[in-house]
Design a protein around this ligand. Structure first.
Ligand code: HEC
Ligand code: HEC
Ligand code: HEC
Ligand code: HEC
Ligand code: HEC
Ligand code: HEC
Ligand code: HEC
Ligand code: HEC
Ligand code: HEC
Length: 317
């Protein structure tokens, strides 16, 4: 019923204005796989039943019945609205003859353009997490909702912790190799997922991060680093990724470099840093200086993220 009204409205609108190009695009006619048809595609109606008459033995289709999309009790779902046509578009021509493809195809060599596929999903999913989708890195690079999401499965793998990263790794090879490094966030182990730190649908801050700054992201799990602290270490307040890398490192503790070299990027060769026991400069060559063993400067300056001790000015306690 609703679909018929909608079609009537669209056709009425088109005849009134003689067919605006923008309308022609949103209803799919301009880029339809069966491009021969020029008039507005017509809905078959009748909900999912119409399509299931033939597709009810189709193993690639049926698992959708076990998903939230098939909940007819919820009036927002496709199955409570136009059924399969809520996503595949008005497809009376396909029902009449399989020689015609459905209006919107998500897979295969004749799949519809990205913008057209995404528009189907966004009719229902524009709000919430996708508030910043338009103009986001993924949207700008022509990534489709169904590059990440699979809807004809009982449980969409990208929504499952252990399988989500594999989906992202298909395009993000660098993060994949990071995840195999000696020190890494437990992503492959299924304890941390990409979407703990990123919103793949778009974000107001940089790098699709869920918070405005890197530090706010880190504090969501490493709360003790937030402070406030009596003695702050300036670079820590500035950004955790001054010293750490988020995905994986060949250095312990996700560090970008090993102390003392890490520390010496900012702390000049003056003071005690330049006066090691053996008399050599810390920056040069092999040294017998015990300060350089294992954790380097952090052996003594152990409160590297800041100290709450009255005597902690040198981050030693
Ligand atoms: C009269 C039987 C019949 C009806 C009714 C029917 N289909 Fe199909 N459909 C087919 C057949 C046959 C194929 C080809 C199957 C194949 O190649 O595996 C097909 C293929 C498809 C494809 C894949 C097309 C492609 O080119 O990859 C989609 C999507 C599809 N149908 C959706 C729908 C939708 C949505 C409806 C309801 C509006 C529907 N079908 C109703 C018989 C039907
Ligand atoms: C007619 C409206 C409608 C359309 C069109 C639609 N959805 Fe949904 N979708 C819903 C509703 C309602 C739910 C269940 C409530 C919720 O999670 O928001 C849902 C749930 C989901 C979920 C969560 C599933 C889960 O297991 O928790 C994902 C992911 C999703 N949709 C993706 C998509 C994608 C991708 C498309 C396009 C191919 C799409 N949706 C098209 C209405 C729609
Ligand atoms: C780059 C991969 C990616 C793309 C592209 C993507 N998603 Fe998602 N989507 C995810 C991930 C990961 C989650 C789980 C997010 C979480 O748990 O915080 C998710 C969750 C969802 C959910 C369920 C959570 C909720 O919001 O209720 C819906 C619905 C959804 N996406 C719809 C869409 C739509 C619509 C599009 C296209 C406009 C889209 N997604 C594009 C990766 C993606
Ligand atoms: C929520 C949106 C949505 C609904 C509702 C929906 N589909 Fe799909 N359909 C998709 C997407 C996205 C794909 C791409 C494969 C996937 O994500 O599973 C697809 C793929 C297909 C395919 C091609 C299968 C393949 O793997 O090549 C067929 C056939 C199909 N759908 C038929 C149907 C039928 C029949 C219904 C109704 C019972 C239906 N679809 C309901 C979004 C939807
Ligand atoms: C189909 C390919 C594809 C998939 C799948 C994909 N991405 Fe992307 N992603 C891209 C492209 C292309 C860009 C933009 C170019 C770039 O910056 O690498 C991008 C950009 C990003 C960025 C922003 C980079 C920046 O410099 O601002 C992040 C973060 C990101 N993706 C995370 C994810 C996560 C998390 C997932 C899985 C939930 C995912 N991506 C899945 C292709 C993909
Ligand atoms: C612990 C939080 C966290 C997790 C988990 C995480 N990221 Fe990131 N990611 C970040 C931060 C922080 C940045 C920004 C780094 C920067 O600005 O140098 C980033 C940057 C990126 C970038 C842009 C890289 C660049 O050089 O600009 C991509 C792509 C990306 N992440 C993808 C992913 C993928 C894919 C996953 C899951 C496998 C993932 N991230 C998991 C925190 C995280
Ligand atoms: C979703 C929660 C979460 C977020 C957000 C998060 N972390 Fe972690 N982080 C973890 C977990 C879990 C571990 C592993 C702890 C363990 O093994 O005991 C970890 C470990 C670490 C380690 C030690 C790694 C090692 O090899 O011992 C560092 C350093 C770290 N995180 C830095 C960061 C930084 C920087 C950020 C922000 C970009 C961040 N974390 C954001 C959960 C998180
Ligand atoms: C000035 C460099 C630097 C900055 C900036 C920095 N860290 Fe660290 N972090 C280190 C060093 C060095 C270690 C190793 C300490 C050790 O070996 O005892 C470390 C260890 C860690 C660890 C693992 C051990 C522990 O203390 O739990 C976590 C988690 C961590 N950092 C999180 C963060 C977070 C979150 C931020 C931002 C708020 C941050 N770091 C900023 C240098 C830094
Ligand atoms: C990105 C630059 C940067 C890095 C890297 C860095 N620091 Fe600092 N550190 C600072 C700044 C800025 C101050 C504040 C200096 C001041 O107040 O004079 C500071 C202060 C300190 C202090 C307090 C005493 C003092 O000199 O004021 C100690 C101790 C210290 N850092 C140790 C370390 C150690 C150990 C490392 C390596 C794990 C390290 N820092 C890495 C920038 C850095």
């Amino acid at each position: 019923m609703r679909s018929i009204i909608k079609i009537a409205l669209i056709t009425g609108f088109l005849s009134l204005y003689g067919g605006l190009p923008v309308m022609a695009q949103t209803d799919g006619t301009a880029t339809n796989a069966s491009a021969a048809q020029v008039q507005t595609p017509v809905a078959a109606g009748g909900g999912a039943q119409t399509c299931l008459k033939c597709h009810n033995t189709d193993a690639k289709v049926m698992p959708i019945l076990q998903t939230p999309h098939a909940m007819q009790g919820d009036k927002h779902t496709p199955f409570a609205q136009e059924g399969c046509e809520s996503c595949h578009g008005p497809s009376a021509a396909h029902v009449a003859s399989r020689a015609n493809s459905p209006n919107v195809l998500f897979k295969g060599p004749n799949k519809s353009p990205v913008a057209e596929r995404n528009a189907q999903c966004l009719t229902c999913h524009q709000a919430g997490l996708r508030m910043n989708w338009q103009g986001s890195q993924h949207e700008n690079n022509d990534i489709a909702c169904n590059d990440c999401h699979t809807v004809h499965v009982a449980k969409d793998p990208v929504l499952v912790k252990i399988s989500q990263p594999e989906k992202c790794f298909t395009c993000h090879a660098e993060q994949r190799s990071d995840s195999f490094k000696f020190s890494h966030h437990p992503i492959r182990e299924g304890k941390v997922v990409c979407s703990d730190c990123h919103n793949p649908h778009g974000a107001p801050g940089p790098k699709l991060l869920k918070e405005f700054t890197v530090n706010e992201v880190c504090y969501t799990c490493h709360m003790e680093k937030r402070g406030p602290l009596l003695w702050e270490h300036e670079p820590v307040r500035e950004s955790c990724i001054t010293c750490h890398t988020p995905h994986g490192s060949t250095q312990a503790r996700l560090l970008i470099e090993r102390p003392p070299y890490l520390c010496q990027e900012c702390h000049a060769n003056g003071g005690h840093q330049a006066q090691p026991l053996a008399g050599q400069n810390l920056a040069g060559g092999i040294s017998a200086n015990p300060r350089l063993m294992a954790r380097g400067c952090v052996n003594c300056n152990s409160q590297i993220h800041g100290s709450n001790s009255p005597n902690g000015a040198f981050l030693t306690r």
